[in-house]
Design a protein around this ligand. Structure first.
Ligand code: XIL
Length: 455
């Protein structure tokens, strides 16, 4: 909450920020040289690991009923470090009858994600679409109250588990009017959007609160400008908004435009994060996928990219074959382009061709040494790398200071204690170093390595 008020945002760019720049420069040097150490080969071979090394996430929409499909979960668990429930957190799913909340399918996705070190984007708290029948037939102050209660209940249920919420989805009209979309929620009064953000902020002060929409990618479009003006107004009046989501469903009617980067950077300049939240592109042209990722990487406040499904057959627009994996789960050309873009135009390092022939001599249960190095630091988060010596199969315990939260990891298999503050990282064959991103939430203490054990 405090992080969001205007005064605080300003102080982020004051004297503290100058120190941060120096630290970030030093950390960047450290991170850059660390990237060339042997043993970090798997960094840069999956979308999530490559994005994490750039301080970003790479996510996908997930459907709970596909978590039993092993071809699906194999790709999900290997490639992605963020998930968005595709339908399971929508109003009709979470409050099917008024006042009776149902979280089973959403909880299943959240637990699948978090137990594997993936972060979760919540989607969505207030929307004109996918409303349960009882809400569709409501209006006026009763609807306003029901909407606010929904926001409060759902954001409270997932407090601490969702890093960013699409608080309000698709509230603006298409076309050249720049007007709000007509809906039962809009008819409760023009202030319904800010009321929803305030309720979400009260329920989960640490989650990033986003406005999310489609056809807001082209900087010259009236809808884009209308959302921009709303966000500028919210920032100037202290309405708690932290981020803007760009769905980025690109197709022949609504194509990618090279001014997308201008859109992302213009919103970011208002003092909000930007996220690509539902990316799919008709026909999956590799060049367009590459351009979207490069645009995000070019904007410091672009936190990450989420594609709207894994295989083409998982897409809500399957006939457009718009995703990164084909129906058999094979990587398409667009996948290679995205990975290369995340790796800065370079192809990933091949795994070592001459693996050591002698088995590790470290006895199980023996000790090892784990050294933590500071990595890149951003306005709200920082990376750390831990290098292990004295064991090849290792278990390292790292603690962060609340309200810090680890939001993503790479090159290891993490598990967590019940508080979520203590991470036990086990080697996963990726070498002798692992990394993680910590959301500072106002606390910049360095994480502490508590132990290193050979296993
Ligand atoms: C879509 C889902 O992918 C479909 O399964 C569902 O039938 C309809 O909704 N914008 C959004 C998403 O914000 O929630 C939509 O998801 C796609 C458009």
């Amino acid at each position: 909450m405090i992080e969001r008020c205007q005064e605080d945002t300003r102080s982020r760019f004051g004297p503290r920020a100058r120190t941060a720049v120096v630290l970030a420069a030093a950390a960047l040097l450290a991170a850059t040289s660390a990237a060339f150490l042997p043993g970090t080969a798997s960094a840069g071979t999956t979308l999530g690991a490559s994005a994490a090394e750039k301080g970003r996430y790479f996510g996908t929409a997930v459907a709970a009923n596909k978590l039993s499909d092993s071809a699906y979960t194999t790709i999900l668990n290997r490639e992605f470090n963020s998930v968005t429930p595709e339908n399971e957190m929508k109003i009709d799913a979470t409050e099917p009858q008024q006042g009776r909340f149902s979280y089973g399918a959403a909880d299943q996705i959240v637990s699948h994600a978090r137990s594997r070190g993936m972060s979760v984007r919540g989607h969505t708290l207030a929307w004109h679409s996918q409303q349960p029948g009882w809400m569709q037939s409501m209006s006026g102050s009763a609807l306003r109250q029901a909407m606010l209660n929904h926001v409060t209940q759902v954001a409270t249920h997932f407090r601490g588990q969702v890093v960013a919420w699409d608080v309000v989805n698709e509230a603006f009209a298409d076309g050249s009017s720049g007007a709000r979309r007509d809906s039962n929620l809009q008819r409760t009064g023009n202030d319904w959007i800010e009321a929803a953000f305030r309720a979400a902020d009260a329920a989960d002060p640490n989650a990033k609160l986003c406005y999310n929409d489609y056809n807001t990618d082209n900087w010259t479009h009236a809808k884009t400008q209308a959302v921009y003006n709303m966000v500028r107004d919210f920032k100037s009046r202290g309405v708690p908004i932290d981020c803007v989501g760009f769905q980025s469903h690109f197709n022949n009617d609504s194509p990618y435009n090279s001014n997308y980067r201008t859109t992302l950077s213009s919103f970011a300049a208002l003092g909000v994060d930007v996220q690509v939240t539902e990316l799919d592109i008709q026909g999956a042209p590799a060049n367009t996928y590459r351009a979207v990722v490069e645009d995000c990487l070019a904007v410091a406040r672009c936190n990450g990219v989420t594609v709207w499904g894994i295989r083409d057959s998982d897409s809500w627009r399957a006939s457009q074959t718009p995703l990164l994996f084909n129906n058999s789960g094979q990587k398409k050309a667009a996948y290679d382009a995205v990975l290369a873009a995340l790796n800065n135009g370079t192809t990933p390092t091949d795994p070592p061709t001459n693996p050591p022939t002698t088995p590790p001599t470290n006895p199980p249960g023996g000790s090892c040494t784990a050294t933590l190095q500071d990595g890149t630091r951003w306005g709200d988060r920082f990376n750390s790398t831990v290098t292990v010596s004295g064991a090849s199969n290792w278990t390292v315990v790292v603690a962060v200071t609340p309200p810090q939260k680890i939001s993503s990891t790479w090159n290891g298999s993490p598990t967590w204690d019940s508080s979520g503050n203590v991470m036990t990282m086990r080697s996963n064959g990726s070498g002798n170093a692992f990394g993680f991103t910590t959301m500072a939430n106002g606390n910049w203490n360095r994480p502490v390595v508590q132990s290193c054990t050979a296993s």
